[in-house]
Design a protein around this ligand. Sequence first.
Ligand SMILES: Cc1cc2nc3c(=O)[nH]c(=O)nc-3n(C[C@H](O)[C@H](O)[C@H](O)COP(=O)(O)O)c2cc1C
Length: 212
Amino acid sequence: MAGKLTHAVLVYAVLIYAVLVHAVLIHAVPVYLEGVRMAARPGRSLAVPEVRGPEVREDDFRAVLGRFATGVVAVTGLHRAEPAGLTISSFTSVSLAPPLVSFCVAHTSATWPLLRDAERLCVNILAESQAAVCGALAASGGDKFRGLDWSPSPAGQPVLDGAIAWLECSVEAEHRAGDHDIVVARVHRLHAEGGAGPLVFYRGGFGRFVAG
Ligand SMILES: Cc1cc2nc3c(=O)[nH]c(=O)nc-3n(C[C@H](O)[C@H](O)[C@H](O)COP(=O)(O)O)c2cc1C
């Protein structure tokens, strides 16, 4: 009887041990590793996991958010002395003192990993005539800057010819949010050109701003 009891206790102990090891390997280790990854970047934090409510369909999400008209920027920088950049419509101002802006970058971006650790980046606000520039920098792979004219900003980052304004920034923080990262950037220098109107992105197409 005592032998059977000892055996049962042993079996339970092994089972509990196995469950604990499983929990640590499956849940705690990835969370720990993510923490280490983010802690290596000062000012960066863990945030929202990638969970989408079943009640929100992707098509509906796109259709509804497409009703929100935005401008378009090209975030540019240098990687190994070569220009790199991507098209962004999720750009917005965040804070005046200190001067902060933000934009969201998909985890699938091949360009962002090349730029995120750069000392300086340039946010180019695109003009209504720059839909082709927007398309070139939205393509993944290849030489995105082929045929694009640019000159260096004071810190040497690509300012695209024809952009209506530019901001030289450094990444202040990155917050993981679902399938994107929210990038908060500090503005160091900025400049606006007169004249041309902005490129407007609305319901998947491009237009221009007409004062009412
Ligand atoms: C008008 C427009 C706006 C876009 N806005 C964003 C955005 O805010 N965030 C983002 O991650 N991708 C955005 N994209 C898609 C990226 O530009 C594109 O996926 C990316 O640059 C692909 O190239 P990469 O893999 O070299 O990064 C946008 C594309 C277009 C055409």
